[in-house]
Design a protein around this ligand. Structure first.
Ligand SMILES: NC(=O)C1=CN([C@@H]2O[C@H](COP(=O)(O)OP(=O)(O)OC[C@H]3O[C@@H](n4cnc5c(N)ncnc54)[C@H](OP(=O)(O)O)[C@@H]3O)[C@@H](O)[C@H]2O)C=CC1
Ligand SMILES: CC(=O)[C@](C)(O)C(=O)O
Length: 332
């Protein structure tokens, strides 16, 4: 089994006394900044004027322009949208990086696909939480954490790996586990997971189930409870103890259905499609399409986003969640 690092394995001194510039204050940025600050590290934030700038100031951070923050940083963590990073890197980050400082990312996309080519006089590393930023913060506050991958692309100081692990510890990841990877492995597996299993796979599965039930005449509320709300409860059991833990808790009827019907829905044909998705990630076809979509102003992205928001499951879900005070408030 690969070496997984925990708090006891990591020397936090590798980051102590260093100034960390968090560039971006969104899902990941706000979590990294607040967790690192709570872990005793010196954090500044680099942003443009606007909503995030105001929010970061309200939350007590020393907020500067991106260039000004990078100039004083020993570690610059780029937590901008992937599609926006190259432009900001060229205009405000590249020429302000201190020699022997570190340039860091939470996803390897732009370095792996050569959209950002780092200078030769800085360390370059990755600390990629394996979970949404808002839960990186929420779990930290709950004395827990989200696991993270770390990787070193360039090590001019000889300390890149130690600084990366100390950074991962600072955001709480070492409470859950920190595992070494490469920019290629993190990029390709993260893109695959979010497309074919997690976000893309799950939303497609939930919508198909919801539509199958409602089109057969069942109540949308029943379909919502069965296909979306209960999904969390089932996955929670898998999160806590694997599939065997979930199967222990469900009925034998459900377990038999799991065994005989599940593979009729998700099967070797599905795996073949997954293989195609992975190949298009590995050969750069997905990355090229995403870069071109953004260069064109996101026409398809916006059209699909609007259509998805108008799916019948959205309205019934909002109505039911409003009546459940215990459901965590939406993150916006
Ligand atoms: N979302 C997630 O949970 C995960 C994300 N990642 C990675 O983390 C990185 C950040 O993603 P994410 O947190 O989702 O990003 P978000 O879209 O949530 O946040 C982006 C932040 O960048 C700021 N920003 C955007 N453009 C500029 C600019 N030109 N100059 C200065 N600031 C700017 C935004 O501020 P403004 O208010 O001004 O728009 C905002 O604060 C990405 O590489 C992503 O792949 C990795 C793991 C999980
Ligand atoms: C939360 C996470 O890790 C994702 C789905 O890969 C992302 O938001 O980029």
């Amino acid at each position: 089994m690969a070496k997984v690092y925990y708090d006891k394995d990591i020397n936090t001194a590798s980051l102590q006394g260093k100034t960390v510039a968090i560039v971006g204050y969104g899902s990941q940025g706000h979590a990294h900044a607040q967790n690192l600050r709570d872990s005793g590290h010196n954090v500044i934030v680099g942003l443009r004027k606007g909503k995030s700038f105001d929010k970061a100031k309200e939350e007590g951070f020393d907020v500067r322009t991106v260039g000004e923050a990078v100039k004083d940083a020993d570690v610059t963590m780029v937590l901008l949208p992937d599609e926006g990073q190259p432009k900001v890197y060229e205009a405000e980050i590249k020429d302000n990086l201190k020699e022997n400082s570190a340039l860091a990312f939470a996803h390897g996309f732009n370095v792996h696909f050569n959209q950002i080519v780092p200078p030769e006089n800085v360390d370059v590393f990755l600390v990629a939480p394996k979970g949404p930023g808002h839960l990186v913060r929420r779990t930290y506050q709950e004395e827990a954490g989200v696991p993270a991958l770390y990787g070193v692309f360039q090590d001019v100081t000889g300390n890149a790996s130690d600084v990366a692990k100390a950074y991962a510890q600072g955001i709480g990841a070492a409470r859950a586990g920190v595992l070494e990877t490469s920019f290629q492995e993190e990029t390709e597996t993260d893109l695959f997971g979010e497309q074919a299993v997690l976000c893309g796979g799950l939303t497609s599965l939930v919508k198909a189930g919801f539509e199958t039930l409602t089109e057969a005449g069942y109540q949308p509320e029943v379909a919502y409870f069965e296909c979306l709300h209960e999904l969390k409860l089932i996955v929670d059991l898998m999160y806590e103890g694997g599939m065997e833990n979930m199967r222990y808790s469900i009925s034998d009827t459900a377990q038999w259905g799991d065994f005989v019907s599940g593979p009729r829905v998700i099967n070797e044909e599905t795996k073949a499609r997954m293989g195609e998705v992975l190949t298009e990630i590995q050969n750069g076809q997905f990355a090229k399409g995403w870069i071109l979509e953004n260069q064109a102003g996101r026409p398809q992205y916006n059209a699909i986003n609007n259509s998805e928001y108008n799916h019948p499951i959205t309205a019934v879900g909002q109505e039911l969640r409003d009546l459940m005070p215990f459901v965590q408030n939406p993150i916006r």
